[in-house]
Design a protein around this ligand. Structure first.
Ligand SMILES: NC(=O)c1ccc[n+]([C@@H]2O[C@H](COP(=O)([O-])OP(=O)(O)OC[C@H]3O[C@@H](n4cnc5c(N)ncnc54)[C@H](O)[C@@H]3O)[C@@H](O)[C@H]2O)c1
Length: 444
């Protein structure tokens, strides 16, 4: 078992530290926020992530996991040092590497001879060399080991990865890093550093493209009178297409896709390649948020001025409390800019939030609302009682931007209902033709 330092205890660093301790390694995690480090040492985690708190507590309890303030303190004696630092979007769209650069500068004098520094942050091509240059020591190897975990299922994803990618010019260092994952049943792909760095961006860009594609198909369905649910079902039967990540909605968001797609456009641009396709995807995503806003405006009768909108869902996706670049927030901002007031409920998010009245009860969010808008795909929403919703709303109107409800059932209850790419209104006489027991589509 190895001695490991993890620098940065966000979604990636905290999960990485906790599961490496779970695998039996001795892990010291560092952050720069004193209160966070203090709480983590008490086994209290600051994010919503299934199974993470238990795993952190297990590591602390068994003495294999600890948290310190400052990267320099964590790296002393470590054989492996994971950099799990933020790489936010810079002003020109490129990844801001300042956190990585500062941490590399800080740890350089304290690294144990023979230690391997591992870039787990999502960083552009050339970052392995950049970190190696900053560290400036021939006895330290730097490798790329991008992270593919999904927020909401981060612990599961780390313990059951689809693949582990390690990129380095130094094959021996790459093999040593691969050894850390030996007990996980996952294919390990060792590449050169530039390819590993590109794999991460290309994967996120492809997934964003898939979502934007299905959103475009949904918009087309609305225009031609098709139903996106049936269209996707038919497409997904082709194994080359598959059914995953083909759920139409309010656009992609979160802490990764928006910044990573823009960064990849920029990486390509800097290298002299116009990634026209990806530029289109980024533009289509903004247009999707506008389209959903217009849909809500139409549902409200043509103007949002003075309209009360109840919102279910603030997080960028179900299973997380992460609001970074959430499409829900982007759409709420648009609604408010057009004069609507918003009261919102999300099972993982407590207020206060700037300008949004956040309530702790889903029915309270609809109380007196002129329109109810579903913006995050929490399965819980499909279980809620639409009869009760109808009773508390000022007017029974739903824009279901995650296609959680059965349109026929909502119509039958008297709601004006619109999903994304679905036939807006189904004659109640068609109800018996529908499989209302399908829980995905909500209550019977
Ligand atoms: N969140 C995801 O789902 C995800 C998935 C895959 C890859 N990534 C990538 O991983 C990286 C980290 O993402 P995240 O979501 O965990 O970020 P985050 O913002 O949640 O966490 C980063 C942490 O680093 C800490 N930090 C900043 N400077 C530091 C320093 N000098 N020393 C020690 N700690 C420091 C911050 O205080 C924070 O706690 C990013 O590059 C991101 O793109 C994220």
């Amino acid at each position: 078992m190895s001695k490991i330092a993890v620098v940065g205890t966000g979604y990636v660093g905290l999960t990485t530290g906790a599961y490496l301790a779970h695998l039996g390694h001795e892990v010291v995690c560092a952050d720069v926020i004193p209160a966070k480090v203090e709480r983590l040492n008490l086994g209290q985690i600051p994010i919503v992530e299934a199974g993470l708190q238990e795993m952190v507590q297990e590591g602390l309890g068994e003495g294999r996991l600890s948290f310190v303030l400052g990267a320099a303190h964590a790296v002393v004696g470590a054989e492996f040092v994971f950099l799990c630092l933020p790489t936010p979007q810079g002003e020109d769209g490129s990844a801001d590497l300042s956190y990585v650069q500062e941490a590399a500068t800080e740890i350089a004098p304290y690294l144990e001879s023979g230690a391997i520094v591992i870039n787990k942050s999502t960083v552009p091509v050339g970052s392995v060399e950049m970190v190696a240059d900053i560290i400036g020591r021939a006895d330290i190897a730097v490798v790329s080991n991008p992270e593919f975990l999904r927020e909401g299922t981060a612990v599961h994803d780390c313990l059951h990865p689809d693949r582990i990618v390690i990129g380095a010019a130094d094959r021996v260092a790459a093999q040593r890093v691969a050894g850390l994952y030996a007990t996980l049943k996952a294919p390990i792909l060792i590449t050169d550093a530039a390819s590993a760095e590109t794999i991460k961006y290309a994967s996120n860009a492809f997934l964003a493209t898939k979502v934007s594609f299905v959103n475009a198909v949904a918009n087309l369905c609305e225009a031609v009178g098709a139903d996106v649910g049936q269209v996707v079902e038919g497409m997904a039967l082709d194994p080359r297409i598959g059914g995953l990540f083909l759920n139409p909605g309010p656009g992609w968001g979160g802490s990764c896709f928006p910044k990573d797609t823009r960064a990849l456009v920029r990486i390509a641009e800097d290298a002299g390649y116009d990634f026209m396709l990806l530029r289109g995807v980024v533009a289509a995503n903004t247009a999707q948020q506008d389209a959903v806003t217009h849909k809500i405006e139409r549902m409200a009768g043509g103007s949002l001025s003075g309209v009360n909108v109840g919102v279910w869902g603030l997080a960028f996706k179900a299973g997380t409390d992460d609001l970074r670049d959430s499409p829900a927030i982007a759409i709420i901002d648009r609604l408010r800019a057009r004069g609507a007031s918003v009261r919102a409920f999300d099972p993982a998010v407590a207020g206060p939030l700037d300008g949004i009245d956040v309530v702790s009860d889903p029915y309270a969010a609809c109380d007196g609302a002129d329109v109810l808008v579903v913006l995050t795909e929490w399965p819980l929403f499909a279980e809620l009682d639409l009869v009760k919703v109808r009773e508390v709303m000022a007017s029974p109107r739903i824009v279901d931007a995650r296609n959680l409800f059965n349109p026929a059932y909502a119509s039958m209850l008297g709601f004006a209902y619109e999903g994304i790419g679905r036939r807006g209104w189904i004659d109640p006489s068609e109800l018996d033709m529908l499989e209302l027991s399908d829980t995905h589509y909500g209550r019977e």
